[in-house]
Design a protein around this ligand. Sequence first.
Ligand code: PEP
Length: 254
Amino acid sequence: MSERTPVIAGNWKMFKTNTEAAAYVAEFLALVVDAGPVEIVLCPPFTCLEAVRRELADGRVRVAAQNMHFEAEGAYTGEVSAPMLKEIGVTDVVLGHSERRQYFCENDADLARKTSTALAAGIRPILCVGESDREREAGGTNDKLKGQLEGGLAGISADQLPEMLIAYEPIWAIGTGKTATPEIAEETIAFIRGALAGQFGPQAARRVRILYGGSVNPGNIGELMKAENIDGALVGGASLDAAGFARIIRFKEA
Ligand code: PEP
């Protein structure tokens, strides 16, 4: 049994106004307040971050931004920086989600800067990596992941690795309803842990938590969480419903 505390994170993407977020949080908190030893993270849009953090003031739930710039301030229209997030109590930041890589041209060099900046600011990065269906079919999954890990973690030390989270999110499983089987998810996450051991040493790799993401729902979380190397889930669509997301968080009770 792993000593790593499970983490379940809900990525709302570009969903929910402040009004909708307030209704969600009121319902959600009551459903998870007595959930067992699992770390809970909500990732609302920027506009809801402060309100959600305030509503969750007891600290049971961590609050993550979905992106962040690597500079502290400057002429970067439309961007938000680490000090701005830190000031409003944001604890985590999702970096390198495949939608950001695809639609906003984020690359590994940007992500290396963002990862280091977040850690230096005391914000926990959740670095996403994952292959496309074409890359998997062509046998290129491991090379793709290794490249993303070496690139996105270029600036961090072995001591810093366990302070962050890695999310393995195969692009073919995101928002498609096509979850990776527990066997594929475990095999790939075990590969990621091995690659991290090569990059940072076995001790750091053993401690870092690696989440699976891609069409996770209340029906499949239990099997995924039985796998030795899967330390939690990054949940998109199924996190938008408070009751459903609470069921995912309480996966041990199902
Ligand atoms: C995600 O957005 O990170 C995600 C995994 O989405 P979904 O759960 O909807 O596949």
